[in-house]
Write a new protein. Structure first.
Length: 137
């Protein structure tokens, strides 16, 4: 079974949860972890609780907010196994692509999804007096 973790500093994970649930509902196996926020267990405990529910047959994709940040470091040092992937940095299209994918997760798949997500980030420049109708026509 595919399990997804979105782990961030502060409450970013909860904001992402709100957005993703608009697109994919609540039926997906997604765990949202907010690090260093009041009322939450410490990060190590949250990570240990998550991995206690993982079986060897599961495919696990962990998304953290900042490469090299403390959340990323903690997950990177606690992940072992062939079917566990950690991705630092994310955007909503990347999350949707991975969550909705039906194919097996692999290093190649993850890299392909990252490349697609990077290509989707573009500065939008509109000509003067462009309206919404012109832009989306």
């Amino acid at each position: 079974m595919k399990k997804v973790v979105i782990a961030t500093h502060g409450n970013l994970a909860q904001g992402i949860q709100s957005t993703l649930e608009l697109f994919v509902g609540k039926k997906q196996d997604i765990t949202y972890i907010s690090a260093y926020t009041q009322g939450q267990a410490d990060l190590d405990t949250q990570i240990d609780n998550f991995f206690a529910r993982v079986t060897p047959a599961d495919e696990v994709i962990v998304f953290t907010d900042i490469y090299g940040g403390s959340v990323n470091q903690k997950f990177a040092t606690k992940t072992t196994g062939e079917n566990i992937f950690v991705v630092a940095g994310f955007n909503v299209p990347l999350l949707l692509e991975v969550i909705l994918a039906t194919e097996a997760i692999s290093d190649e798949f993850i890299q392909e999804m990252i490349t697609k997500a990077q290509a989707g980030m573009q500065q939008v420049k509109l000509a003067k007096n462009t309206t919404e109708n012109d832009f989306f026509a």
